[in-house]
Design a protein around this ligand. Structure first.
Ligand SMILES: [Zn+2]
Length: 440
């Protein structure tokens, strides 16, 4: 049988079925899709491949899915560190956004984010930011997948003046990218405390009509929950329940505050959680009870959040932090073992973004979004188990090759379609404009 590509490796971890590690196997790829995963010898006799790639010291896994980020905020990386969330947002990030965000800022920030994420093995990201058309264009140019946000927020920005404009412009982006296989859209109301009730109701109706996910910041801090109780007489999750927003469409980002009723609501309605451990740690937002959520059957995906609160878009690092933090929060070293952590970084993110029929695991019929990680560094020796090594010892510097829809977009750790020098030059130019002197 003729196929486009045969990709072989010492190990393949398909994520489905859970915990499986295949040794000396090959993935046959044709027309951007996985045709078969077979022992390398069998594949060699079965397929005639036009191109071939071998990873003798590599493990192949599904491309990583960053379920929550604000890609263009890479240009604010390191601008306002070591501040609590409320002051960080109100005194630094929102004023900087009012002053600087335009289509050029978003394009340059998204190019930087896409180059960083691809070289760290991320093949798909869920985004929430102004000018989502520019974010989508950056992803497509680099050969990467993006679920861009139809962002809605209750104050004007350079992108849109009011709720009507946010929705109309976001829907136009949805239409423009309808036939682009790398781009999908998600409704992205910023948070219940920044989006009016009537706008949330419209988002619910539109998301049902267009069959799209809805992602929103939710229960990020104890202060947010306390303010909502004072304002609406209830916790934000229950406020959204009253608006009919709890369903398997909803991706609740953060959820550091989860009481027993919240846990029951999340599980019963199939709400996904996008856990952003490093952002929560850096802003001291709180601790997401990941083990409790997982044992209640909640789908928990992983996100980096924006680079202004992390400060890196490194999902392998995020995955390790998530595994370690979950154990500390639960007081139980057995929770979030390596296979579960890897699933959170791949298939769970794909499910949250409504893309699990196409990506998130290595199965025949799915798109060939594949990450090849080297396991021959001194810091990953010896290899008793590649899954353990991947989660607890490997880092983004070990990323070797990345394929998206069967096309190789990263080789030797470098994104092939990104102009690295130009991306860095433009990021530096923005920094000179935003903060001409040293940042306190
Ligand atoms: Zn966020």
């Amino acid at each position: 049988v003729e196929v486009d590509k045969l990709v072989t490796a010492r190990w393949i971890i398909p994520v489905e079925p859970a915990g499986r590690v295949l040794a000396e196997h090959a993935i046959a790829i044709d027309d951007g899709r996985i045709v078969a995963i077979e022992p390398a010898r069998v594949a060699d006799s079965q397929f005639h491949a036009r191109t071939r790639w071998d990873g003798p010291e590599h493990v192949l896994i599904p491309g990583l899915v960053n379920a929550h980020t604000h890609a263009p905020m890479t240009l604010f990386r390191g601008l306002a560190d070591d501040r609590p969330l409320e002051a960080w947002l109100a005194e630094h990030i929102w004023p900087a956004e009012q002053a600087w965000v335009d289509t050029e800022f978003v394009r340059d920030g998204a190019d930087l984010a896409v180059a960083e994420m691809l070289s760290a093995g991320v093949t798909c990201f869920g985004d929430m930011y102004f000018f989502p058309d520019s974010v989508a264009a950056a992803a497509v140019a680099a050969g990467m997948r993006a679920a861009v946000g139809i962002v809605v927020i209750g104050f004007p920005s350079a992108w849109a003046d009011d709720i009507d404009a946010y929705l109309a412009k976001g829907l136009a982006v949805h239409d423009r990218y309808r036939d682009e296989p790398l781009v999908s859209t998600v409704f992205a109301p910023h948070a219940p405390y920044t989006v009016p009730r009537s706008a949330l109701e419209r988002v619910r109706v539109l998301a049902e009509e267009l069959d799209r996910p809805i992602t929103t910041h939710l229960h990020e801090t104890a202060t947010e929950v306390a303010n909502a109780i004072a304002q609406h007489g209830g916790r934000p999750l229950r406020y959204l329940q009253g608006l009919g927003l709890l369903s398997d469409r909803l991706v609740a980002v953060h959820m550091t505050q989860v009481d027993d009723v919240d846990l029951d609501l999340l599980a019963r309605h199939g709400v996904h959680v996008a856990h952003c451990p490093r952002s929560n740690l850096k802003l001291a937002s709180g601790l997401c009870p990941v083990a409790k959520l997982l044992s209640a059957g909640v789908n928990v995906a992983l996100g980096t959040d924006g680079a202004a609160s992390n400060n890196e878009l490194d999902l392998l690092g995020e995955m390790r932090t998530a595994a370690l933090l979950a154990k500390a929060v639960a007081g139980d070293a057995t929770v979030v073992p390596a296979p579960v952590a890897l699933r959170m970084a791949t298939l769970a993110g794909a499910r949250a973004l409504g893309l699990d029929a196409r990506i998130g695991s290595l199965l025949p019929g799915k798109d060939a979004d594949i990450l090849g990680v080297r396991l021959d560094g001194v810091h990953t020796q010896p290899v008793y188990g590649p899954l353990s090594q991947l989660v607890y010892a490997a880092s983004r510097g070990d990323v070797d090759s990345v394929w998206v829809r069967g096309e190789r977009v990263v080789a030797d750790g470098a994104p092939l379609r990104c102009d690295r020098a130009e991306v860095i030059r433009r990021a530096r130019r923005w920094a000179e404009r935003i903060a001409p002197g040293p940042v306190a």
